[in-house]
Design a protein around this ligand. Structure first.
Ligand SMILES: Nc1ncnc2c1ncn2[C@@H]1O[C@H](COP(=O)(O)OP(=O)(O)OP(=O)(O)O)[C@@H](O)[C@H]1O
Length: 243
């Protein structure tokens, strides 16, 4: 579903955000992407939905070759993807309902179906009672959940999320991850960038670590908890790789 081959990304002439990154993600996998601040996580996600173009290497997502992709194909790619941005990117002049329904409207989905699917997505994140509110009237955590509903409303093939639980308390963060797991169970490939070591430990998914723009580790699902230690509730985490 996603393949990166020797991908590099330079910002300007000298700043290397990613260098020689290669990995493959099968359809239906659930992956955590982690690493210290500045490691290149957001850059990597931006390359996947073609907000950025790699400086070197090749990226394939859902059958599209991103590095050499004509602009008109970008919309086709994005229709297959749900993206949760670090800064939410909600439209402040639109209600919660309108923000979530927007993508369906663009795709020409009927009004009745827009209503039904938007309500379903908002219910998934527990915000069906806020559909008439504006983003400014919501807490940071609620805005984040609206951004998640918007990413899910189109039943994407691939869900990409940048720190989707950054503003949520631990219980809500776990709920959102359980929701992602359910979406993943329906066949959506899920890639989540996070610093949240506890969440990673609890979820026991494949874990790719970046450091200084390079892949530092790639642990299969079964071993990530062994390497990082059990979640903090069970016992103190052992020293593991720097996240
Ligand atoms: N638009 C940009 N122009 C120049 N440099 C950038 C740009 N975006 C990111 N960088 C740099 O590229 C590197 C990787 O940044 P990136 O945002 O991908 O890291 P990150 O792992 O997502 O960090 P964080 O966890 O803090 O969000 C950093 O050194 C950052 O300063």
């Amino acid at each position: 579903m996603i393949t990166l081959t020797h991908v590099g990304k330079q910002y300007g002439r000298i700043h290397t955000a990613l260098a020689d990154v290669s990995f493959h993600i099968d359809a239906g996998e659930f992956i955590f992407l982690t690493g210290p601040s500045g490691a290149g996580k957001s850059t990597l996600l931006k390359l996947l939905f073609r907000e950025q173009v790699p400086s070197t290497g090749e990226i394939r997502v859902a059958g599209h070759r991103l590095a050499s992709m004509p602009d008109k194909e970008i919309a086709v790619l994005r229709r297959k993807m749900g993206v949760v941005f670090q800064d939410f990117k909600l439209i402040r002049t639109m209600t919660v309902f309108e923000n979530v329904a927007f993508v369906l409207k663009i795709l020409g989905v009927s009004h009745a179906e827009q209503k039904q699917r938007t309500f379903r997505a908002l219910k998934m994140v527990g915000l069906q009672h806020k559909l008439a509110s504006y983003p400014m009237q919501l807490s940071g955590g609620e805005q984040q959940r609206v951004a998640i509903a918007r990413a899910l409303v189109n039943d994407p093939l691939v869900l990409v999320a940048d720190e989707p639980t950054g503003n949520l308390d631990p219980d809500l963060a776990q709920e959102i991850m359980t929701l992602f797991e359910r979406i993943n169970g329906q066949g959506t490939t899920v890639l989540v960038a996070t610093h949240d070591r506890n969440l990673i430990q609890r979820m026991r998914k494949r874990l790719i670590g970046l450091d200084h723009g390079r892949v530092a580790f790639d642990y299969p699902a079964a071993t990530s908890t062994v390497v990082l230690g059990p979640p903090a509730e069970a016992s103190r985490p052992v020293d593991g790789p720097r996240l």
